[in-house]
Design a protein. Structure first.
Length: 291
């Protein structure tokens, strides 16, 4: 069945969010709506919807005009078996000791690797993106340095690949949270597929805003693979919930944004321990100072 998309941009977050909410009221209704800051330094916000039937061009034009956005660009996407496509194009990934693979590549897991099974249908966070690879390599680097973490949280966990990686190497319960209910469902499915039920606990939460996260800290290690602005907004809570001497592995940061994020965290006594660039993306490993 064909799919239609409608995308536009706005220069203001509040207008973009209002437009996203207005898209939900259209008939035919979109089956998905997204509002995202474009991480290219432009300050623009992208608003998009996905439709099973062609959206009404006039209604879209009126909505865009009413919310100060550019006209929507509507496209019809060809029918594609996305799972088959991903399986063809995504090969297993080695990141330090970790091996991220789909079930179709189960016979390729090398001896001695820490395997992480993520199905091809759940492509975001499989380890192929530079941000996820960077976080896995940062974790491997900490392990090689002799760091042992007894309390670990993965904030904005997505597929929970990072939480599962930590649970593979340390015998502690890892808390994995995401603001999106669907992401939490995906994370729980992956935890089950990797035989880590009880070792990784998945929570629906914004940042650290959950009783389990309050009770489980302070944390020796926190992953946050999100985006620049949410990472900056998270800095005060990170300072509160990170144990003295604890580490934060941050990504979702474009290379040119790395200094800004690092400087914000340094203001809270969380300083750069290591920095790595993979493609366009930077991963920061930070350490909170001792009292």
């Amino acid at each position: 069945m064909p799919t239609w998309t409608a995308f536009t941009t706005s220069s203001e977050q509040t207008l973009a969010e209002a437009l996203g909410a207005a898209l939900e009221t259209l008939e035919p209704a979109p089956y998905g709506v997204g509002v995202f800051e474009i991480e290219d330094g432009s300050g623009l916000w992208e608003v998009g919807g996905y439709f099973m039937a062609a959206p009404n061009d006039i209604e879209l034009a009126l909505l865009a005009a009413a919310h100060g956005a550019k006209p929507f660009v509507v496209s019809e996407l060809p029918e594609t078996d996305w799972v088959a496509k991903v399986r063809r194009e995504l090969v297993p990934v080695h990141a330090g000791r970790f091996f991220v693979y789909g079930s179709h590549d189960a016979d390729k897991v090398p001896e001695g690797a820490e395997p992480l099974l993520i199905e091809a249908a759940m492509a975001f966070g499989t380890g192929h993106h530079g941000t996820t690879q960077g976080c896995l390599k940062a974790l491997d680097r900490l392990i090689e340095a002799g760091v042992v973490c007894h309390t670990v949280a993965d904030i904005g966990c997505g597929t929970a690949v990072l939480a599962m990686a930590a649970a593979r190497v340390w015998p502690e319960t890892v808390l994995a949270s995401d603001i999106d209910e669907v992401a939490v469902d995906v994370a729980e499915a992956n935890v089950t597929a990797n035989d880590l039920v009880g070792r990784v606990v998945c929570l629906e939460a914004m940042g650290f805003d959950h009783a389990r996260l309050h009770e489980g800290g302070p944390f020796d290690l926190v992953f946050a693979n999100i985006l620049k602005q949410p990472l900056i907004d998270l800095a005060p809570d990170m300072a509160t919930h990170l144990a003295p001497g604890g580490f934060a592995i941050l990504s979702g940061i474009l290379n040119e944004q790395g200094d800004e994020v690092a400087e914000v965290y340094a203001q809270y006594g969380i300083n750069t321990w290591h920095r790595e660039e993979i493609g366009d993306w930077t991963t920061l490993t930070l350490q909170k100072g001792q009292p």
